[in-house]
Design a protein around this ligand. Structure first.
Ligand code: GMT
Length: 378
């Protein structure tokens, strides 16, 4: 198939999933065309059947806001027409689903039928999509997509509850590439970060409010009083400066390291004992899955789709959102019991295998074929 993928090219989960999906499809022989404003961060090496089409917008003094949507729609029309794409798969509803609808209508007027699949990732529904400045467009463009997928059952339900939908939503979970995410020996890193054999806790996110990074720090404060430990905070975003302030106020700067955005997170997960994810909302929790693939148990909230990934008492523990004491107690419990920790590590890995890219990818391929077939004579 010739597949067009539209996504955010940044470090966010939706862009990562879109890029890994595209690369996986290319490995299976499909031609994959990424269409976005910047080369996606995980699209680094050369691949024979992967193409990147950069969307550029004309600058004009009248434009206080550059009309990216118009440029993207024009680029989609161009790429679909001249590369003869079979399907367009857009990730994150805002604005991609609406732009795809616009491109579809233009192409229709030129006698070209392009099926559109929209994948919902989470905040495009739970946080941003419900805002009155977006909601009518999100609802309309989901209904106008030929196929819609959500990354968890919870997100599917939430979308159905939030919008008036005429469409079925297919659940296709996030996935993991074990050729990259697996436990490796990085003892030299461990020695550098925890020279006195301290336990290592890790949190990775985009430091937005929804991630509750302050809970991570408060959990760590409690844990470090009982167990010699270090906390690695990976990623960057609007909350980071407040979190740095909080660490200073709690006198924890020697124990907590802010590592910023990192490309090779698997190398840091390789030295982690626990992964902390106390999110307010989380449609799936790809970061937790990546940790589990590296044999790191997860202490998390039970928000959104996290229970579809983390199994309470098996691959980690889950507590109510904001239950800092509960999450700290669970961390201490595991860190002080090497035997249980080893069992949880193995369980986490086993559960992660359910989301192996090789298991999940065929669901996308089959869905593409189903949607192409069902839209052929529209
Ligand atoms: O985690 C984020 O806030 C980034 C966001 C994104 O779309 O870039 O991630 C969402 O999509 C990921 C991939 O499908 C999911 O694994 C994350 O759970 C989801 N984040 C939220 O729902 C908060």
């Amino acid at each position: 198939m010739k597949i067009g993928i539209v996504c955010y090219p940044t470090f966010g989960g939706s862009g990562v999933v879109a890029t890994e999906l595209g690369l996986g499809l290319a490995d299976k022989g499909h031609d994959v065309h990424f269409i976005t404003y910047k080369r996606p961060v995980r699209l680094t090496a050369f691949h024979a059947n992967v193409y990147f089409h950069e969307v550029t917008s004309m600058e004009y003094p009248l434009f206080e806001y550059t009309p990216y949507e118009t440029s993207l729609a024009s680029k989609l029309v161009d790429v679909v027409r001249f590369e003869k794409l079979d399907i367009l798969h857009v990730h994150y509803a805002i604005p991609h689903a609406a732009v795809a609808y616009m491109a579809k209508q233009i192409l229709k007027s030129q006698g070209i039928n392009i099926p559109i699949i929209t994948t919902l990732h989470g905040t495009d529904i739970t946080l941003v999509g419900t805002d009155s400045s977006f909601a009518p467009v999100v609802e309309f463009s989901i209904n106008e997509s030929d196929g819609v997928t959500a990354v968890s059952e919870h997100l599917r339900q939430e979308t159905m509850n939030t919008f008036k939908l005429k469409k079925n939503i297919k659940v296709i979970h996030n996935f993991i590439d074990f050729s990259r995410f697996r436990k490796t020996n990085k003892d030299h890193f461990r020695k550098a970060i925890a020279p006195e054999g301290e336990k290592i806790l890790v949190h990775i996110s985009n430091f937005r409010k929804v991630k509750r990074v302050e809970d991570v720090i408060h959990i760590f404060e409690r844990v470090s009083k009982r167990t010699k430990s270090k906390l690695l905070l990976i990623g960057d975003g609007p909350e980071r400066k407040y979190m740095e302030e909080l660490c200073r106020n709690l006198h924890l700067c020697d124990e907590i390291r802010f590592l910023g955005k990192q490309e090779a997170v698997e190398e840091l997960l390789a030295i982690a004992d626990l992964f902390i994810l106390p999110s307010e909302n989380e449609s799936f929790g790809l970061a937790a899955l990546e940790a589990m693939a590296c044999e790191v148990p997860v202490i998390s909230s039970n928000a959104g789709g996290i229970p579809e990934v983390n199994i309470d008492g098996v691959t980690g523990y889950m507590c109510e959102v904001g239950d800092v004491d509960g999450m700290a107690a669970r961390c201490i419990e595991l860190l002080e019991d090497e035997e249980s920790l080893a069992v949880f590590r193995k369980n986490a890995f086993k559960q992660a295998q359910r989301f192996d890219i090789h298991e999940i990818l065929p669901s996308y391929e089959n869905y593409y074929l189903e949607i192409i077939k069902s839209t052929k004579f529209n």
